[in-house]
Design a binder for this molecule. Structure first.
Ligand SMILES: *Cc1c(COP(=O)(O)O)cnc(C)c1O
Length: 240
């Protein structure tokens, strides 16, 4: 028996929340992927969650992430698969391209080119999502919704990148109904861009965190990025 405050027990509780929400909103449970966001958490917590069957892990801070990836490793068959979900700096694109499987926070054509140029031919193409500032907040990263199509077209020029979809961290609202409005806007933008591109790219929607995963599932999320609900509260955010 695990006690309720271990990462494994919290992972079980999150999986149950996902199943319940999928049932409620008529989603196939296999269509919703869980990304365990392990920023600031120790390698031992990541290993405990990995041993419980969790494959995908998300990190925000590059130096911290590189230490963990080096420590835990990256086995193409077994995982973990590492997702970069932090702010990208131009001079850090090379280590991101070398050590990650996914990037959720791509927001410029320049970074796309740099990631492409640095991605080894020995690795599969880097899977990328475009971060959209879907709630139009002045201080938030991400491209404006109106610029997402142009960035998508530019990413499609790079064969070392695989364009997977859109990501957003919307403004936080008081009610699930109000939260859903932001998620729905991202889903509608994705549908519009897929229509314009006329191809099968961009099937993923990275949206939903610990507090609002049900609202995100209701609006079509395929990647939930869950930190606190799995690993417990974070102490403080390190700076780089
Ligand atoms: C920290 C973080 C999360 C996880 O947030 P929780 O509320 O702890 O689940 C998800 N996405 C991004 C981009 C983050 O930085």
């Amino acid at each position: 028996m695990t006690t309720p405050d271990t990462p494994q027990a919290r992972l079980d509780a999150v999986r149950q929340r996902i199943r319940t929400a999928c049932q409620k909103y008529g989603r196939d449970a296999d269509s919703v992927n869980l990304l365990a966001v392990s920023k600031t958490k120790p390698v031992s917590d990541i290993e405990a969650v990995f041993d419980a069957g969790q494959r995908d892990f998300g990190e925000n801070y590059l130096q911290e992430a590189l230490t963990k990836v080096a420590d835990i490793g990256r086995d193409p068959a077994r995982g973990p698969d590492w997702h970069f979900i932090g702010a990208i700096q131009s001079n850090k694109t090379k280590p991101i391209a070398e050590h990650f499987d996914w990037v959720h926070t791509l927001a410029s054509a320049k970074h796309a080119r740099r990631l492409h140029d640095a991605r080894s031919h020995e690795l599969p193409p880097l899977k990328v999502l475009i971060q959209v500032n879907i709630s139009n907040e002045p201080a938030k990263s991400g491209v404006a919704a109106n610029d997402a199509l142009a960035l998508a077209e530019s990413i499609l020029q790079h064969e070392r990148l695989e364009l997977r979809g859109l990501m957003a961290i919307p403004q936080i609202e008081e009610t699930p109904e109000a939260q859903r409005v932001h998620f729905r806007r991202l889903a509608e933008l994705q549908a519009h861009i897929r229509d314009q591109l006329g191809q099968a790219a961009m099937q993923d929607l990275s949206m939903g965190m610990s507090a609002d995963l049900e609202a995100a599932i209701a609006e079509g999320s395929t990647w939930l990025r869950i930190g606190t609900a799995i690993f417990g509260p974070r102490q403080k955010v390190p700076t780089e």
